[in-house]
Design a protein around this ligand. Structure first.
Ligand code: TXA
Ligand code: MG
Length: 408
């Protein structure tokens, strides 16, 4: 009702949503839109040519399936039961109910940052490109009102991956999307910075025990509290966790979240003295060391480096352009050995805050912001993923950004 009123009053917001919905219905060029996790690149999930447009714009490998976004449980039921719509004989076709294991999760976390894996029914309305040949599909009901209104106005389930160029950190602002996809798409709905900052948690309840295929915005401990999910298995692999299986969410095997700069991740177990030594060696090595350095701090790191005075820091304040207030960055002149000014190194400090919520919120913006500053290397202070909540998701993204050989 609220939407119908908005629509009839033709507010700037409703006009933008309508325009985006029309494009989604009629064009094969995907539309970027905000969600509470990260920005998505949407297409009508029922039309092949439209879904192909996503893979084209992102240059994404086509064996990596997409998440289907719905605005309501009604819309999800229509995807699960393609043949029974409005048919008087609907009693003849067996009803594909939502598997009961998902009920407690849906009650607690939807709408929100959780993707569930469901059987793709025979005669599915979903374009085959959505599932890239799997017999299942991932579904999510986002909590972002703008995202849900867009799905509602389009009146189709929307297939949407994160709206970054393939391999880059996911976008959490419209500016990030523009940076990666300008010239490739026609419309970005700008809803400000995404609140959560990391993608949804992907869970598979079709296997026994159920499994987490990707850590994300909903914490593992919270999922464990739900009936039927007490023994949920960790079905992804990111280095420290001892998981025997190969990744089951196809997307997890690709290079991901990578800025141009080399990322050196210090696990929370790293010895602080060792960290300082490592960084200082790089700063002092004028021959091969990095010229511009990015530092992403979370909890404990103090900049016990060879830095300029606090006054100099204040004078050279140059915040990364980002709507994320938590992200503080300023260049710090760092003197290398020797006097030549060409040997002066610059460090940019981003402090994301110390709780997992603010770290997740600013993480991708920090990686992207430092890339814009053309740093050669980014040192990141990791947190312990045993803390649950968003910490596991943050460390999963960072380990992928760093790659196995870049972890200390
Ligand atoms: O928060 C999010 O999930 C964001 C926003 C836009 O909703 N979307 C997102 O999509 O992160 P994408 O495409 O970047 O990641 C989808 C993940 C991939 O790891 C993919 O392999 C997995 O979900 N996935 C999708 N369908 C699957 C299926 N049927 N079985 C297993 N994994 C699946
Ligand atoms: Mg992605």
């Amino acid at each position: 009702e609220w939407w119908e009123k908005e629509r009839s009053q033709k507010t700037p917001e409703s006009k933008a949503i309508e325009e985006a919905a029309k494009l989604l219905q009629s064009s094969d060029i995907p539309v970027a839109f905000p969600t509470e996790t990260v920005y998505g690149l949407g297409a009508d999930a029922t039309r092949s040519s439209s879904v192909q447009g996503i893979y084209r714009a992102k240059q994404r490998p086509s064996d990596n399936p997409l998440i289907v976004h719905v605005d309501s449980l009604d819309m999800l039921q229509r995807v699960l039961n393609p043949n029974s719509q409005g048919s008087p004989d609907s009693t003849k076709t067996p009803h594909n109910a939502l598997p009961s294991i998902y009920k407690p999760l849906i009650d607690r976390f939807w709408p929100g940052a959780l993707t569930i894996i469901l059987p793709n029914p025979s005669g599915s309305v979903l374009a085959p490109e959505v599932t890239s040949g799997l017999t299942t599909f991932g579904a999510r009901m986002p909590s972002s009102p703008l995202a849900r209104l867009l799905i509602h106005a389009t009146d189709r389930p929307l297939a949407a991956p994160s709206a970054n160029a393939s391999t880059k950190p996911s976008p959490t602002t419209a500016q990030h999307v523009y940076h990666d996809l300008k010239g490739r798409i026609e419309l970005i709905l700008d809803g400000g910075a995404s609140g959560v900052g990391v993608e949804s948690t992907v869970v598979d309840g079709l296997c026994n025990p159920p499994a987490i295929l990707r850590p994300g915005g909903i914490g593992i401990e919270e999922i464990r509290q739900c009936e039927g999910w007490e023994n949920v298995a960790v079905g992804y692999k990111d280095g420290t966790l001892d998981v025997k299986e190969v990744p089951r969410a196809p997307g997890m095997k690709y290079r991901h979240y990578s800025p141009k700069a080399r990322v050196v991740l210090f696990e929370s177990t790293s010895n602080p003295a060792g960290v300082a030594k490592h960084v200082q060696a790089d700063l002092k090595d004028t021959a091969i060391g990095a010229h511009k350095i990015g530092i992403i701090r979370t909890r404990n790191w103090k900049l016990g480096l060879e830095l300029a005075s606090e006054d100099d820091i204040a004078n050279t304040m140059n915040p990364i352009s980002s709507p994320i207030e938590k992200l503080i960055s300023f260049p710090i002149p760092v003197l290398g050995s020797g006097n030549s000014s060409s040997r002066t190194k610059m460090a940019y400090d981003c402090h994301l805050g110390s709780d997992a919520v603010s770290i997740a919120h600013g993480l991708f913006a920090a990686l992207r912001g430092l890339d814009e500053l053309d740093v050669d290397v980014i040192y990141v202070e990791g947190v312990s993923d045993r803390e649950g909540d968003l910490a596991a998701a943050v460390m999963n993204r960072l380990r992928k950004a760093a790659g196995a050989e870049m972890r200390v």
